[in-house]
Design a protein around this ligand. Structure first.
Ligand SMILES: CC(C)(COP(=O)(O)OP(=O)(O)OC[C@H]1O[C@@H](n2cnc3c(N)ncnc32)[C@H](O)[C@@H]1OP(=O)(O)O)[C@@H](O)C(=O)NCCC(=O)NCCS
Length: 214
């Protein structure tokens, strides 16, 4: 079994550690060695797993290791991934045994995390380092670019297109044929009924653009 570590020991990181334990229960796949996180003390123990260090230690590792970058915020995740320069590190797809990945022609980039109860159908592609979280459904011919994050219980209808780093809050609904430009943020519970350009910030039903407070 290959060693795997989780980068990020926050809420989603700990959920991802549990996800790996679930995968191992279904079929022995990885040896989960611990967390890497610059915000935690090296040697601390989180949910029974050691913190092995931060980015410096990860980039200095001489062992071959799989790493799953489990940070929900797309921009932070991208920053972490692009800081990992150690060629000993690989980024596997991490998929819960109850997730249904749809037709065999669906495509998934490296580093994707697909958690329990997700269902995808057909003609779908999911870019590198994207997250599709708990019980979300993705309809036919939808395409998610790299570094997208879809939070629990979302419905992404057919022919939807996401640019890079789109974040979709819990329980949001994206209706069919909609395009969301890169770095858009969809608030929890929003129903998106039309396409929006890059960096849109949408809340409500039907979803409307709201400017960022900052
Ligand atoms: C949309 C969102 C990104 C806005 O975050 P924010 O900029 O920090 O906004 P604030 O919390 O300061 O709220 C600003 C206003 O928008 C309202 N608001 C925030 N989120 C909302 C949402 N999803 N739907 C409707 N209104 C919302 C707030 O009530 C507040 O209204 P007020 O000014 O009348 O008091 C965020 O609230 C959200 O929905 N994030 C997704 C959370 C999620 O799903 N996490 C995953 C958990 S697993």
């Amino acid at each position: 079994m290959k060693d795997i570590a989780v980068y990020g020991a926050g809420g989603f990181g700990r959920e991802t550690a549990w996800l790996i334990q679930e995968i191992n229960q279904a079929a022995d796949t990885w040896n989960l060695v611990g967390f890497f996180d610059d915000g935690e003390k090296r040697g601390a123990v989180i949910e029974g797993l050691p913190v092995l260090g931060g980015m410096t230690e990860l980039n200095a590792t001489t062992e071959t290791i799989d790493v799953v970058v489990a940070i929900a915020d797309p921009a932070t995740r991208k920053k972490v991934v692009t800081s990992i320069t150690n060629r000993k590190i690989s980024f596997p797809q991490v998929v819960h045994p109850t997730a249904r990945l749809g037709s065999p022609s669906n495509k998934f980039g490296r580093g994707c995390i697909i958690t329990a109860g997700v269902i995808l159908t057909t003609g779908i592609s999911v870019g590198e380092f994207s997250i599709i979280n708990l019980a979300t459904t993705v309809g036919h011919d939808s395409r998610l670019s790299d570094y997208c994050s879809v939070m629990p219980q979302c419905s992404i209808s057919g022919n939807v297109l996401f640019g890079e780093e789109v974040f979709v809050g819990a329980g949001a609904r994206i209706l069919q044929g909609i395009t969301l430009g890169e770095k858009s943020v969809i608030g929890a519970g929003a129903v998106v009924t039309k396409s929006f350009p890059a960096s849109s910030r949408l809340i409500g039903v039907p979803a409307q653009h709201v400017p960022s407070a900052s």
